[in-house]
Design a protein around this ligand. Structure first.
Ligand SMILES: O=C(O)CCC(=O)C(=O)O
Length: 285
């Protein structure tokens, strides 16, 4: 029998773990051949197009899943702006958009958030490319609700296109932090003035707030999925490796959530809305 939208995907132990910790790691969630490789393959081709159209003498070997991003490092060493061109392009790969609206994401949302009406956060999905030794686009410790503003009740689906090692700066997760509710935020990062928009958000009294939680690193393989609650505190690791860290973020919200309904699921930075207008009480500077 085919699964229905309400068919549970997770065991009751997994559901309990998610509610306790605010996140869940699901190993081997995606099919590598049919769901992940098509994305890697198209990224490989887009890198090839950018190398070619700029007439650069950069080697671009045939596609292999492990080295799908071959050529990207010399490309950004030549001109960092070409990285931004690729970043904007790859989130429009059909295989990636198909992954975003994967029917199993609805089912996870239904089961974990107990809703019959999940929504896909528009502008809330993309492919991060965290380059070695770059700070500007690294996410500080944060909760996803303020930078999404669709509903307070939601999930980030976080997965990687490369094997994550400590060196590549895996996602940092503060265990159980979702239980403490919304944290006040500063809209400027005083230590990193080059950061703007959502990247500049910083928790008020970050060090003290974060110190109280056990931290884990999302050391996952290609095809694994980390599900993170919209209220769970998490941060980018710092990439000290020799290749970029390519990861996918997809966000779902709950149309039934009363706070989402009150703010009309308006969206945040990516929708051109001001967090200060929607939630002035959250801003601490
Ligand atoms: O991948 C990262 O480094 C951070 C992404 C993130 O914080 C998020 O998906 O909300």
């Amino acid at each position: 029998m085919n699964p229905t939208p309400d068919s549970p995907l997770l065991t009751s132990d997994q559901v309990e773990q998610y509610h306790r910790d605010g996140f869940l790691i699901l190993r081997g969630f995606y099919d590598l051949k049919t769901e992940i490789e098509p994305i890697q393959r198209d990224i490989h081709q887009i890198i090839g197009i950018v190398i070619q159209k700029h007439g650069l003498p950069i080697e671009h070997p045939p596609f292999r899943p492990e080295t799908f991003d071959a050529g990207y490092q010399p490309l950004i060493a030549h001109d960092r702006r070409l990285g931004a061109e690729i970043y904007d392009a790859v989130k429009q790969i059909p295989a990636f958009v198909r992954l975003v609206v994967n029917e199993r994401h609805d089912r996870l949302m239904r089961q974990l958030r107990n809703t019959d009406l999940p929504g896909v956060a528009a502008g809330g999905y993309g492919i991060r490319i965290d380059n070695p030794f770059e700070e500007k686009f690294r996410a500080n410790w944060h909760q996803d609700y303020p930078s999404q503003l669709r509903s307070i009740d939601g999930l980030v689906y976080w997965s990687s296109l490369v094997e994550l090692t400590e060196e590549l700066g895996p996602l940092q997760i503060a265990v159980g932090s979702h239980k403490d509710g919304l944290a006040p935020i500063l809209t400027r990062d005083p230590e990193n003035p080059e950061k703007t928009g959502a990247y500049a958000l910083r928790l008020k009294d970050e060090a003290a707030r974060i110190a109280s939680y056990q931290k884990v690193q999302g050391l996952i393989s290609v095809g694994d999925l980390i599900v993170v609650d919209f209220l769970n505190l998490h941060a980018s690791g710092f990439n000290r490796g020799s290749r970029s860290r390519w990861t996918m973020q997809m966000r779902y919200f709950n149309y039934r959530d009363p706070i989402g309904q009150r703010i009309s699921w308006v969206g945040s930075f990516a929708a051109g809305k001001s967090l200060r207008d929607v939630h002035p009480e959250l801003i601490a500077d």
